[in-house]
Design a protein around this ligand. Structure first.
Ligand SMILES: Nc1ncnc2c1ncn2[C@@H]1O[C@H](COP(=O)(O)OP(=O)(O)OP(=O)(O)O)[C@@H](O)[C@H]1O
Length: 386
């Protein structure tokens, strides 16, 4: 179920099922409330992606879990131990591994010695075995004797992950770990990171600015805003069932169309949205992959629209079309479809799509009733609010 993490009830599992628990955690810097009365539960072995606009408190949350900051209120539990709140466990005793954007490897130490650094107190042969093991995990066994400056950015980042995993931490915290890497490298390092985390069953909290990354990596995604988690859910939930206008806009492109109640149900300019009739002043959230465009012809239905702008975006062609009301909506089309500016088309919500509805800033609980995909779309002026 989706729901703001701030009101998320405690998980029903045993205490050992959760790897990290925050309860009522707040942290201010002077007048800035960076984290506000935040509740969060991360289950063992899962990867959580935290995403939100700059300054919303993502890094502060990681620092609170790591013990680099003390909360002003609330408690942090790692595994079965309360580490902040009524108790205080210093960072080095929390069994937490850290991976940051700048790889933070010691430049004067070899890869092996960088990894050994966190393995103090073990015999040399134990250290060597573990160094080999974690380097194999990130497919870098061959760089063991190199220095950081002899590695590419992606290799350095994988060594940083290996170093974080070496002491078998309870949790790994990753703050924008891939953002310094170029696009093609990022996908590879990201995949290796996820593989290594899953292979070791390590719990991870990852901060990212990248929506695709959050949705593809996270078992759960936390969308943060102004110090709170506005939505916590599975990737499909935060993308397809955003709890608010903010989440809908932040997690991908979205257009908003007003609706009105008709005899058939709730309709927007693109046609019938749902057969429910109990909502006044709702808006429908439409994403570009949900909008179908076709040329007028026998049997083709949809709202009349004119192509306003066409952008080549690599994998698809973004068409912006103007509806009769003057509103514009966006539609992704495959390479085989490229309507020139000025083309008259018929726009509709793609078959099988059940769009989200907003009332003001908040999403409406979704009705299980779906629109009849065979229904004739309503005339273009239905649903327009002037
Ligand atoms: N050490 C500090 N002293 C004063 N204010 C701070 C400090 N650290 C963070 N802040 C403020 O707390 C708020 C949250 O910062 P934080 O770094 O957690 O945000 P963020 O979501 O990680 O941002 P970004 O995505 O830009 O890294 C911001 O307003 C920031 O300016």
């Amino acid at each position: 179920m989706t729901g703001a993490a701030t009101v998320r009830p405690a998980t029903s599992g045993t205490a050992t099922a959760s790897a990290v628990t925050l309860r009522g955690v707040s942290k201010s810097y002077g007048d800035t409330l960076a984290v506000s009365d935040l509740d969060l539960t991360v289950q063992r072995g899962e990867i959580v992606a935290l995403i939100g606009p700059s300054g919303c408190g993502k890094s502060t949350l990681l620092r609170l879990v790591a013990g680099l900051e003390r909360p002003d209120a609330g408690s942090v539990t790692v595994g079965d131990r309360v580490v902040a709140g009524p108790e205080w466990v210093p960072p080095e005793r929390r069994r937490i591994g850290l991976v940051f954007q700048e790889h933070a490897l010691f430049p004067h130490l070899t890869v092996a010695d960088n990894i050994r650094f966190g393995l103090d107190g073990r015999s040399r042969s134990e250290q060597d075995a573990r160094v080999r093991e974690v380097l194999e995990l990130v497919h870098l066994a061959h760089v063991v004797d190199r220095y950081p400056h002899e590695l590419s950015g992606g290799e350095q980042q994988r060594v940083a992950l290996a170093r974080a995993l070496a002491p078998r931490p309870e949790v790994v915290l990753l703050d924008e770990p891939f953002s310094s890497l170029d696009e093609s490298l990022r996908a590879r390092v990201r995949a290796d990171t996820v593989e290594a985390l899953h292979a070791t069953g390590t719990t991870a909290i990852l901060v990212t600015h990248d929506q695709t990354e959050a949705l593809s990596i996270g078992d759960h995604v936390g969308v943060m805003r102004a110090g709170v988690v506005e939505q916590w859910g599975r990737p499909v939930e935060v993308f397809e069932r955003p709890v608010s206008r903010f989440v809908a806009s932040f997690m991908g492109d979205a257009d908003f169309l007003p609706t009105s109640v008709t005899d058939s149900g709730l309709a927007c300019e693109l046609g019938l949205v749902t057969i429910r009739k109990d909502v006044a002043d709702a808006e429908v959230v439409v994403r570009p992959h949900e909008v179908s465009l076709r040329l007028p012809g026998p049997g083709v239905t949809g709202a009349a629209a004119v192509v306003d702008r066409v952008e080549y975006q690599g994998p698809f062609i973004l068409h912006t079309v103007r509806l009769a009301s003057g509103r514009t909506i966006r539609s992704w089309q495959p390479h085989s479809v490229r309507y020139p500016v000025g083309t008259e088309v018929l726009a509709s919500i793609a078959p099988g799509i059940v769009p989200s509805l907003l009332s003001g800033e908040t999403a409406l609980t979704h009705s299980p009733t779906q629109p009849d995909p065979t229904a004739t779309p309503l005339p273009p002026d239905v649903g327009s609010v002037h």
